[in-house]
Design a protein around this ligand. Sequence first.
Ligand SMILES: Cc1cc2nc3c(=O)[nH]c(=O)nc-3n(C[C@H](O)[C@H](O)[C@H](O)COP(=O)(O)O)c2cc1C
Length: 201
Amino acid sequence: MKKAVDKVDYDVSGLRAVATFPFVDGIRFPLIGQTVLIASVNRENDPSLGVKSSISVFSSRPAIVGFGCQVKDVIAKNILSTGEFVINVPSADLARKIWKIVEAVPNGEKEIQELGLTPVKSVKLSTPRIAECKAHLECSLDWTKKYGDEMVIFGRVLLASVDKDVVEAELAERYKQLKLFAQLDNGLYGVIKEAKQVPAK
Ligand SMILES: Cc1cc2nc3c(=O)[nH]c(=O)nc-3n(C[C@H](O)[C@H](O)[C@H](O)COP(=O)(O)O)c2cc1C
């Protein structure tokens, strides 16, 4: 058998998952997720934002997306009480603002505006979109699963909206404009700056 590249193995099976994930010996598991800005409202319609990167698409028909958050997060409480949320897709240009949101979670329209972000009306939901983001997915709550202090929230995408400039660009150019980014470690993030075509043989 061919000799494998040297590895360092971390056996986390015997450890308390809540205390160790996603950090093992100071190293994030080598799975990265796109950074998004989740908007929600409480019963009084006050908006709040949450920054999440443990997010993915789990089904395309119907369109189901899921993300991980803390049970105590304001957005989790809001989503459970209103049954809706908006996933806003920021470009890397917003990274600084996004990290500020994590330092002091904005509650209410005024606090969101003070961060230089603008809540604007959604099409199908009471929850606003964030105007500075390049794309928005309006979702209704579909399912939740709790794991200790954390939970996964699954939403059904009711409406997707993307900046016209991006939609009108060529496929590879779209990604250049979107500048999607993933959270890495300790304030580091990685940006998709280029989309490459797989060579045809
Ligand atoms: C880029 C980025 C991505 C994040 N992604 C997640 C995530 O997917 N899930 C999560 O629970 N917290 C995530 N966080 C941390 C949350 O935004 C927030 O700080 C966390 O829920 C703790 O909330 P608390 O300070 O109210 O305890 C992320 C933070 C950053 C900066």
